[in-house]
Design a protein around this ligand. Structure first.
Ligand code: GTR
Length: 326
């Protein structure tokens, strides 16, 4: 059986199970900024099916998609307070709170998505997951966020010089503000949900994201120039409120951890398919895409960002470990 068929069968089984649904003893509320059907939402739903099955209905997950519980920065705080049980977010909005999350968020730190997978599946990834425990959270798993590139409403970006003077929205992370400044442009940190109207009204010229987000947010409708400079490959993370986790038995805690880990390959497969689908949709909509951009000046411009953020020996070691990962 191919992997796709396995997932297909698992999804069908979960639909059957849902229709025979018994009430769950505990339903964990999970937040996501993306719409229903987006790979991150589907992956957490899949994890919920695994949980329900493996705990005989003691534990379920309800995903509140489409930012129903708020924008990422606010939902992170609510998860730390235990108001929200689980949260799927980018590592970006954690940068100002947990310094270890800055390392895989560094521009051009990963050579490829495969390199990112290797690192995040290994000891550096575990070190970052462990760091959440000092912040009232339990780090469960990393998901994919593809590579992020700039898009704007003004003009095609063919070189680093073309970025000069443009105003880009970044995630709420000081490091991303410095990244954009180092590239010669201006950065405005703001919640994801405000980007569309901000581009539309000219408050900003553009933003940066991966194919699926550029597509599902509709940003391509208002910012039709997309340049694949691929400055970030920021992983996404699934976390749980420590207070919610502590209420579970040791056995259920392990089931939660395992179900989260088991949702990762499902997520990766869904992600790959969605990237291709989104790229096709956006291209068909007539967006102007620049693919042959020289990344060398972009990479060189990042030296001061590394100098500013990779400060302690622990962080320096993490960078060295990532660079040494084949
Ligand atoms: C998406 C990511 C979201 C959110 C968003 C953003 O790619 O999946 O979690 O971080 O980007 O730019 O705010």
């Amino acid at each position: 059986m191919t992997f796709t068929k396995t997932i297909g069968a698992a999804l069908l089984a979960s639909v059957a199970m849902a229709s025979a649904a018994t009430a769950c003893e505990v339903t964990l509320r999970s937040s996501d900024t993306h719409p229903d059907g987006y790979p991150t939402v589907a992956a957490v739903n899949h994890m919920g099916d695994l949980l329900e099955e493996r705990t005989d209905g003691r534990l379920c997950i309800e995903v509140f998609h489409s930012a129903q519980l708020g924008q990422e920065k606010d939902t992170i705080e609510q998860t730390q307070f235990g108001v929200i049980d689980m949260n799927r977010v980018s590592l970006g909005p954690f940068n100002n709170i947990i310094e270890e999350t800055q390392i895989p968020s560094l521009p051009y730190i990963f050579r490829s998505v495969e390199h990112m997978h290797k690192v995040m599946d290994g000891p550096v990834g575990q070190q970052i997951l462990d760091a959440f425990s000092d912040h009232d959270l339990v780090g469960l798993a990393f998901y994919d966020g593809g590579s992020r590139s700039f898009y704007n409403s003004q003009k095609p970006i063919n070189s680093i010089e073309d970025l000069a003077g443009l105003k880009f929205r970044v995630m709420q992370s000081d490091m991303f503000v410095d990244m954009v400044s180092a590239l010669g442009a201006n950065a405005t940190p703001m919640p994801y949900g405000e980007v569309y109207s901000s581009i539309q009204t000219g408050v900003i010229d553009g933003a940066e994201n991966n194919w699926p987000s550029y597509d599902s947010s509709g940003h391509f409708e208002v910012a039709q120039y997309y340049t694949l400079d691929q400055h970030l490959i920021v992983p996404e993370v699934l976390v749980m409120a420590k207070s919610s986790f502590d209420k579970l038995s040791a056995e259920d805690q392990e089931i939660v951890r395992q179900a989260a880990r088991d949702s990762v390959p499902v997520m990766r497969e869904l992600w790959e398919a969605r990237e291709a689908e989104s790229e096709a949709r956006v291209r068909a909509a007539g967006v102007e895409i620049v693919t042959d951009i020289d990344k060398t000046p972009f990479i060189e411009a990042m030296v001061p960002v590394y100098e500013k953020y990779v400060t302690s020996p622990v962080l320096q070691q993490m960078v060295a470990d990532i660079q040494a990962t084949e």
